[in-house]
Ligand binder design. Sequence first.
Ligand code: C2E
Ligand code: CA
Ligand code: CA
Length: 264
Amino acid sequence: MKNWSEKGLSPFTSDGWKRDLNRAIERDQLYMMYQPKFKGTEIVGYEALCRWEHPLYGLIPPNLFIPESEETGYILDIGRFAVQSACELISHMMEVGITVSIAVNVSPLQLRGGNGSDFIKFVKATTHELEVARNKLIIEVTEGHEIDRDDVLSTLNDIKSHGFSLSLDDFGTGYSAYSVFNKLNIDQLKVDRCFVDSIGTAKGDIIIESIIRLGWDLGMEVVIEGVETQVQNEFLSQYPNLIIQGYYLSPPLRLESILKSLCG
Ligand code: C2E
Ligand code: CA
Ligand code: CA
C-alpha cells in the first residue's frame, strides 16, 4: 500500500479528495483498524480507528477526513460503518470464546437531536442482530463543549440506560472538565496523551497520578493512551488495574491480522 508522498499527491496541499469522501464506503475504500488496550499482558479491548485509502491520494489521515465528514454530514454513514465493523469483530471473537470490548469513536453530530435517536436505534439493532452484549460496545466521546449540549447529553444518557458503555476521550484537554461527571454516568476515562508526555518530570508524575486516582475514586476504569516508551510503560505498570494503549505495546492492527492471531 503506497502512502500519499510516494504517489506525489498530498491531501494536505490539495483538497481534491474531498469530493470523493461521500462515496468512500460504497467504493470499499474505508476500513477500520483496531488498537489493543492492555491490562498487564492481557488484551482487554480494542479501539476502532477509521482509515481511508484513496486511490490517488493514498492513506488520508482521520484528522483530515473526519472533520470534513462532520461538515458534510457523511460522519453519520461513517459512524454506522464503525459500529457495524466493531460489532462484527466482537461477534467473531465470541465465536472463538474470546470476550473483549470494542470502543467506537463517535462525533457529537451523531448524537444531536434526531441523529441521536437514529444512532441508538442503529446500535440496538446491530448488537441484537449480531448477538453482541451491549456493554461490550463502548461509545467513545471526546471531552469538549459539544458534549455539554442538552440534546447530546440526553442521547448519551439514553445510550447508557440501554446498557451500552461510555468512555470519555482525551480527558484533560476539553472545556467541560469536571462538571461532566455529574451529568453522565461514565464507565471509562481516557487520559489524553499529553499527560503521558510529561511522565518523568516532578509535576508530570503528580498530575497523571492524581487523574488516575480521580477516575478510580469516581468508579471509572482508567485508560492511559499514547504510551510510547519503556520508561512511560514502567512508570504506569506500578498501577496494576490501569489499562494501557499506545505504540509501545501495539500499533492499531488490521482486522485480518487480529483474526489470523485468533486462529493460529
Ligand atoms: P483518538 O480517538 O484520540 O485516537 C487515538 C489516536 O492516537 C489514533 O490516531 C491512534 O492511532 C493514535 N495513537 C495510538 N497510540 C499512539 C501512541 O503511542 N502515540 C501517538 N502519538 N499516537 C498514538 P488516528 O487513528 O490517526 O485517529 C486520530 C483521531 O481521529 C482519533 O483520535 C479520533 O478522534 C478520530 N477518529 C478516528 N477514527 C474515527 C471514527 O471512526 N469516528 C470518529 N468520529 N473519529 C475517529
Ligand atoms: Ca478515541
Ligand atoms: Ca484520544
